[in-house]
Design a protein around this ligand. Structure first.
Ligand code: HEC
Ligand code: HEC
Length: 217
């Protein structure tokens, strides 16, 4: 009996790690402009059979699927970013209802270097911590993400002078303002909304200065 119960538990965790892998890829794909990858993972979340142990959580599972539909059918990257935020809050609401706290593997903060690409990897790291703070839900991870984000350099250099200058400067200011706001947010719905806005801002600047997809890591 005990063995069976433990196996079932392992399986549910395994299943949750598949959820996690899918949504981590969605987040990465959004900032790398890979809309097809975003849609594929969204579609997987809709069609994959939910774990038997969650059979009594039909309403939460429905919420998850509804958010996944938005991701799978996103017409562009900003729409996908908003869908991903809603997806995170659907994950969190089931965790919260069941007193489960999702744990994540530790990822080291990428090194601080002068190049914009290196600074971007740090932004990605901070955004991923915020995301885990939403999904967990976890105050600690949200706090890590928001305090990292508020200290990061974002040296756009000559991008600020080109034809996209005004849009670039506005995006930098927006990221900074959102980072400051994030540090004071407690409410889960407000955190989710801010995360969606942040990702939309990342994507907005990428579309302006770096159109076309980048390879996934
Ligand atoms: C219908 C309920 C439900 C939904 C929806 C849900 N989860 Fe979970 N999740 C659980 C439960 C219950 C556990 C605790 C499992 C355990 O500890 O045995 C869990 C645990 C986890 C864990 C920790 C796994 C581990 O190794 O300990 C992660 C990561 C996770 N969920 C990610 C997600 C993500 C990402 C989503 C959304 C795409 C999601 N979950 C949606 C119920 C849900
Ligand atoms: C002001 C414009 C701007 C904003 C805002 C911005 N980015 Fe970027 N991002 C860029 C540019 C330009 C590149 C390409 C850099 C290069 O390859 O030299 C890039 C590249 C990236 C990369 C790829 C890095 C690599 O390894 O090649 C990631 C990941 C990334 N950004 C994440 C983010 C995240 C997450 C945010 C929001 C928190 C964000 N970016 C906000 C301009 C921006």
């Amino acid at each position: 009996m005990l063995d069976a119960a433990m196996d079932a538990e392992t399986d549910l965790r395994e299943h949750m790690r598949e959820h996690l892998a899918a949504v981590v890829r969605v987040q990465e794909a959004i900032v790398r402009g890979q809309l097809d990858q975003v849609r594929r993972d969204g579609a997987w979340l809709i069609i994959h059979p939910e774990h038997v142990e969650l059979a009594d959580a039909a309403a939460d599972v429905e919420r998850l699927r509804a958010a996944a539909v938005v991701v799978a059918e996103a017409k562009d990257l900003p729409a996908a970013a908003a869908g991903l935020a809603a997806l995170g809050s659907a994950c969190a609401s089931c965790h919260d209802a069941r007193g489960a706290i999702a744990t994540f593997e530790w990822e080291p903060e990428p090194p601080d270097e002068a190049s914009l690409a290196a600074q971007m990897r740090r932004h990605q790291w901070a955004a991923a911590r915020l995301w885990q703070g939403v999904v967990g839900p976890s105050d600690e991870l949200w706090r890590q993400g928001s305090s990292a984000l508020s200290t990061l350099r974002l040296d756009v250099g000559s991008l600020a002078d080109g034809p996209s200058g005004p849009a670039v400067k506005a995006a930098v200011a927006r990221v900074r303002a959102l980072a400051t706001q994030a540090q004071n947010l407690r409410d889960p719905a407000a955190r989710t909304a801010l995360y969606g806005e942040l990702l939309t801002t990342c994507v907005g600047c990428h579309q302006e200065v770096r159109p076309g997809p980048r390879p996934m890591p």
